[in-house]
Write a new protein. Structure first.
Length: 394
């Protein structure tokens, strides 16, 4: 039987709403024999059983709930059921011929700290909590059971693991992993480096946004900022963009972007690659009086914590302000924030303020968000993080 912990009085409200986190301040001093990642039963101060989760010795989030069913054990069958359920849900919503997608979205799929992305026949796992770490072999077993032909690779090289008292790890868990794999989405081919690429190799959450934004690029002069490996650019060119400029600080990312354009048999003569800081480039283009028909801003996360929210807001406002100044009348700005701590309303206000300060009249014509394989549990609103706005300059 699992060990048990007891909550302080009046601290069970979030659990009764099935939110999966219990913070340090809600827990009475636990027994000393509970170790990092151990499964614990959570009891109210009055002795009511509330849930079963993973104990974290070092994090401020002391317990992440695995299940709210008292008769459900955290065994091989548990992980098989959870991953199989997630797979059935993905099959119902993925576009045809899509070979890159998120299979498991952590808390939103009932597996706190577990992210699993699929690239063709490779499952890439991120195990970011002590509970996920404890049950690594069960997760691999379940994946091998459901997808016997898959290779399983771990990309647990994310700094948040340090808060759990865990080391950063990358390793093969099952089979041999190639340096690169080619996926398809919406008819576009994309090279993915699962060993060294951003996140688990690629930004799968932007699939639907790339499709929508690409269709607005026909005949347009496009500036793709923070372009990474050029996926937005491939969509733009495939939809008849006149010219695309990719800007990124990484020469490796830009080289892969070039390869992706060639892979899709698109015209390299219609593409420029600029290895520079986006903030500097936007100002340089203003000095040179260069303008564009469509600008895409898909920056990395500017807000890592509540303490950095104000600084992040200033960063978002600055790049949007500079972008608005570079757009021709009737031009489009497709702008995004992947900072979970920034609300959609706050992001819209920042973009609106940027437009005002740039002296531009702007319409919001579309709101975008993470693709359906990145679902948001009704009990875990923190799962919503990707916000996008498509703006037309009048």
């Amino acid at each position: 039987m699992p060990s048990s912990i007891t909550l302080k009085p009046q601290k069970e409200k979030s659990l009764l709403r099935h939110h999966p986190w219990i913070f340090d301040g809600a827990v009475e001093i636990p027994k000393k024999n509970i170790h990092n990642g151990d499964t614990v039963d959570v009891m109210s101060s009055e002795g009511q059983w509330l849930g079963r989760g993973a104990w974290s010795q070092h994090s401020q989030i002391k317990v992440r709930i695995w299940t709210f069913k008292k008769n459900e054990n955290i065994d091989n069958a548990f992980f098989l059921r959870r991953i199989e359920r997630a797979w059935e849900q993905r099959k119902a919503t993925l576009p045809p011929n899509t070979t890159g997608f998120r299979l498991v979205a952590a808390e939103s799929d009932g597996l706190p700290g577990v992210t699993i992305d699929v690239y063709e026949n490779i499952a890439v796992c991120q195990l970011l909590s002590s509970g996920a770490e404890k049950h690594r072999q069960k997760i691999v077993w379940a994946l091998n059971k459901l997808f016997p032909d898959f290779t399983v690779y771990e990309r647990s090289d994310v700094a948040v693991r340090k808060k759990e008292g865990l080391k950063l790890i990358t390793q093969s868990l099952s089979g041999e992993v190639p340096d690169e794999v080619v996926i398809q989405e919406n008819g576009v081919k994309i090279k993915v480096n699962v060993k060294d690429g951003h996140k688990t190799g690629f930004y799968l959450d932007q699939r639907d946004s790339r499709d929508f934004v690409g269709k607005l690029c026909h005949g347009k002069e496009v500036l793709n900022c923070f372009s990474y490996t050029g996926a937005f650019s491939c969509y733009a060119l495939a939809n008849g963009a006149k010219h695309v400029t990719n800007v990124d600080v990484s020469d490796l990312a830009l080289e892969t972007a070039k390869q992706n354009i060639q892979l899709n048999e698109l015209n390299l003569n219609q593409v420029e690659f600029v290895q520079k800081d986006v903030f500097k480039v936007l100002r340089e283009y203003q000095s040179n009086r260069k303008t564009f028909d469509h600008i895409i801003l898909d920056p990395p996360k500017f807000v890592e914590s509540k303490a950095s929210l104000n600084k992040g807001c200033r960063g978002y406002k600055d790049i949007n302000l500079q972008a608005f100044k570079l757009l021709q009348s009737g031009g489009i700005l497709s702008t995004f924030s992947c900072s979970g701590l920034m609300s959609a309303d706050l992001f819209q206000k920042i973009v609106a303020d940027a437009a005002l300060d740039a002296g531009r009249e702007v319409q919001f014509i579309k709101r975008l968000e993470q693709a359906p394989d990145h679902p948001v549990s009704s009990n875990y609103p923190e799962g919503f993080y990707l916000k996008g706005l498509v703006c037309r300059v009048l």
